[in-house]
Design a binder for this molecule. Structure first.
Ligand SMILES: [Zn+2]
Length: 179
């Protein structure tokens, strides 16, 4: 692991904003432990892009979203090793630019413990995607993390407050949310 990779990984890990979930066995636990997204990922991406003043273009490939509940830890470890030369011991929320994939913690216990929601974590990782894919920012710069945290905080207050969620249903609410 060279210095740049180390820095990049440190920045990526800081991206969690809430720490990693404990390593678990069975494909990261039963699906009932998963916290469902309240908003459609596309809705989240569009909100984040607007906030950043970026116009989405159809020719720019969208990132794959790999939820912890459906992704073996080994897959994240292999991707992290390729991108940063480091194998995380637990699942983390992170954007992997070379593979253009977002790994996202969706473990309900994690969010109960640390606060936040999978939606605003996804908003955070979408910031890194937009920084890398649209603005070609170096993801190891210190300010890229500040921007991601700031947009995440904005998204949370704008779209995740209970009152807002009730008053403003997601464009394509997932059936299991019951709203
Ligand atoms: Zn980050």
């Amino acid at each position: 692991m060279n210095r740049t990779q180390g820095r990049l990984w440190a920045a990526a890990v800081a991206a969690l904003c809430a720490g990693a979930t404990a390593p678990s066995g069975a494909l990261n636990g039963a699906s009932e432990r998963a916290a469902a997204l309240r908003h459609d990922p596309r809705f989240i991406l569009e909100a984040v892009a607007r906030r950043m003043g970026i116009r989405l273009r159809p020719e720019v490939p969208l990132p794959a979203i790999r939820l912890e509940s459906r992704t073996p830890l080994a897959r994240l470890q292999a991707a992290a090793e390729r991108e940063w030369g480091f194998r995380p011991r637990a699942f983390v929320s992170v954007y992997a630019p070379a593979g253009n994939a977002i790994y996202l913690i969706d473990d309900a216990t994690h969010y109960r413990r640390h606060g936040g929601t999978p939606d605003d974590s996804l908003a955070h990782e979408f910031v890194h995607y937009l920084q890398a894919a649209y603005r070609r920012d170096a993801l190891d710069a210190d300010w890229v993390e500040s921007e991601a945290v700031s947009v995440q905080t904005w998204f949370r207050s704008e779209y995740m407050a209970p009152k807002r969620l009730a008053a403003r249903p997601a464009p394509r609410a997932r059936p299991e949310t019951g709203r």
